[in-house]
Ligand binder design. Structure first.
Ligand SMILES: Cc1cc2nc3c(=O)[nH]c(=O)nc-3n(C[C@H](O)[C@H](O)[C@H](O)COP(=O)(O)OP(=O)(O)OC[C@H]3O[C@@H](n4cnc5c(N)ncnc54)[C@H](O)[C@@H]3O)c2cc1C
Ligand code: FES
Length: 519
């Protein structure tokens, strides 16, 4: 619907306060909402991966996507929080003859701001945080120069897809880029690939590149993400042993998968388990070796960890838990993995997924790094004025406790990138997000909101063996985080409760007659 015609949408009486309705207009779904007496209409498909917003949660003027919690303002469709990219198409509404009529008045795309600005913004890193910052600068009307550099050969792409649909073969590599080059050209975002930064001069607000050049900027954002850790055991650097962080890593693994019959995955955290799932989709024999007794029990507790283990086993994964790798053996390349209990596993390749450390080597001597990460203020500014940091490298004061947190999630990095961009333009707002992440294994998405490095109670709504359940993680009786399969609206609501610094009791969370959505 690109023209200016009014279209009859729905009988006015059918639209109840706060209850979304969806209509189809020229094969596009439109969401209609009556909120505080007014009627709003916007696209119903999330700009991230087309999640149906009508299945999400509307609070005030903001709708949250049920899949990965992007947020949009229903009044004009603008993006409130990533991982959405564009805003939503928006529509004017009117009521005539008892009918609601709509007419499109916005596409949700980011316009190139008019006017002049002689400032330069330099973004180091083209990942979730860097790309979000570049887009936000334009969305906020910044008309000056934006340079975004990355050490990789590719511009911004969906890193989260690497371990999932890319390795399983369900998504082709052409789906990875977040945007096409035309997008960056139109918004005059100068994207420089294979341009690693080797040093930062905080006083001069300048960076040096590996090619010997350097650049000064008015504001700099550091968003260089993480580097995968490897194992300090003999043979970890042999051919056939892989780490997975970049598209290039994934391409190398994909080439191996063409002929591989068996793989050993070291590490039973998210990357390891997602890779295990992807390789089982390809019917490769998969062994997972990890020191813990139950996968992911430190994050989700033993019951959910046990469910995850069972699902993998039902799909043919062979676990070797409470085990360490002693050696990666083989003549020219790895062909056998020796374990601490004296057993060994024959393999065609090894994928090591044992966590990351922040990519901060290039900041050595800059004074910006503490304990291997970059501490920032609530405005996401480092100890050097005008230099900001976001994403996996940043140690950010928690919006509620003030405790410095370093979070390694895609959505969080995008939101920090957005916030940092606004602060680069002068905002004094404090970052206050509640972290959210998801993991997808065997077609089921497990979503998590909050931050609970420690918990002493897990309260369930539904049974962990049910198709859908909700879990709350408590420390000393206070809700710290929640996770779900399928109860996405309730999870969003619990996120809002956490964001407001509130709690609810384990009994309330457990009691199915207690309406969380009415809170
Ligand atoms: C395989 C995989 C799957 C994942 N799945 C999920 C998931 O399902 N859900 C979830 O929430 N999170 C997931 N994550 C984590 C998520 O991807 C990260 O938290 C997120 O990408 C962090 O964003 P970032 O912008 O901080 O860093 P990154 O996205 O890593 O981007 C860093 C950028 O900096 C560049 N760079 C690094 N050093 C330099 C340098 N010296 N000079 C110039 N450029 C440099 C890199 O090339 C890159 O462009 C996954 C991660 C991986 C690896
Ligand atoms: S599909 Fe909406 S946030 Fe991912």
């Amino acid at each position: 619907m690109d023209n200016n015609d009014w279209i009859k949408a729905i009988a006015e009486g059918e639209l109840k306060e706060g209850v979304p309705a969806v209509i189809e207009v020229e094969e596009k779904k439109v969401l209609l909402i009556r909120s505080e007496g007014k009627i709003y209409a916007c696209g119903n498909e999330c700009s991230h991966y087309h999640g149906p917003l009508s299945d999400g949660l509307i609070a005030g003027h903001v709708v949250t996507c049920p899949w990965h919690n992007a947020r949009f303002d229903i009044r004009d469709g603008h993006l409130v929080a990533p991982p959405g990219l564009n805003g939503l198409p928006s529509y004017e509404t009117k009521i005539e003859d008892g009918q609601v009529w709509i007419r499109q008045n916005g596409k949700g795309t980011i316009p190139m701001p008019e006017g002049e600005d002689d400032r330069t913004m330099l973004i180091v890193g083209a990942g979730a945080a860097g790309n979000s910052a570049a887009e936000t600068l334009r969305r906020e009307g910044f008309a000056g120069r934006i340079v975004m550099v990355t050490g990789e050969a590719y511009g911004p792409y969906d890193r989260t897809m690497l371990s999932k649909d890319l390795l399983s073969g369900e998504a082709p590599a052409k789906w990875l880029p977040l945007r096409g080059q035309k997008f960056y050209d139109r918004l005059k975002i100068e994207l420089m690939t294979e341009k690693p930064v080797t040093a930062v001069d905080p006083a001069g607000r300048a960076v040096s590149f590996a090619d010997g050049t350097s650049m000064k900027a008015d504001r700099i954002l550091l968003a260089t993400g993480g580097k995968p850790r490897t194992l300090d055991v003999p043979g970890a650097d042999k051919a056939g042993c892989y780490l997975l962080r970049s598209r290039q890593d994934a391409e190398a693994i994909l080439a191996e998968l063409e002929k591989a019959k068996a793989a050993v995955i070291v590490g039973a955290s998210f990357i390891g388990l997602e890779v295990a799932c992807s390789l089982r989709t390809r019917e490769i024999e998969v062994h997972v070796v990890a020191p813990e007794d139950i996968p992911l029990a430190g994050i989700y507790g033993e019951q959910i960890g046990g469910r995850i283990r069972k699902t993998h086993e039902e799909n043919g994964v062979i676990f070797h838990l409470a085990q360490n790798v002693k050696e990666f053996a083989g003549r020219d390349r790895v062909s056998e993995v020796l374990l601490s209990d004296g057993s060994s596993l024959k393999t065609d390749l090894v994928i090591i997924g044992v966590g990351i450390r922040p990519a901060v080597e290039f900041l050595e001597g800059s004074g910006l790094v503490k304990d291997g990460a970059v501490p920032v203020s609530a405005r996401l500014e480092t100890s050097a004025e005008g230099i900001f940091a976001a994403g996996d490298i940043a140690l950010v004061p928690d919006g509620r406790s003030g405790e410095p947190l370093r979070i390694e999630h895609w959505v969080e990095a995008g939101r920090q990138g957005m916030h940092a961009a606004r602060c680069m333009l002068g905002s004094n707002d404090s970052y206050g997000g509640v972290p959210f992440f998801w993991s997808k294994q065997y077609g089921s998405s497990l979503r998590y909101i909050g931050h609970a490095p420690k918990f002493d109670q897990v309260a369930f709504r539904g049974n962990v063996t049910d198709k859908f359940f909700l879990a709350g993680f408590y420390l000393a009786g206070k809700l710290a985080a929640a996770a779900t399969v399928g109860k996405n609206r309730e999870l969003i609501r619990l996120g809002q409760i956490l964001e407001a610094g509130k709690s609810l009791s384990p009994d309330q969370l457990t009691d199915p007659s207690f309406d969380l959505l009415a809170l």
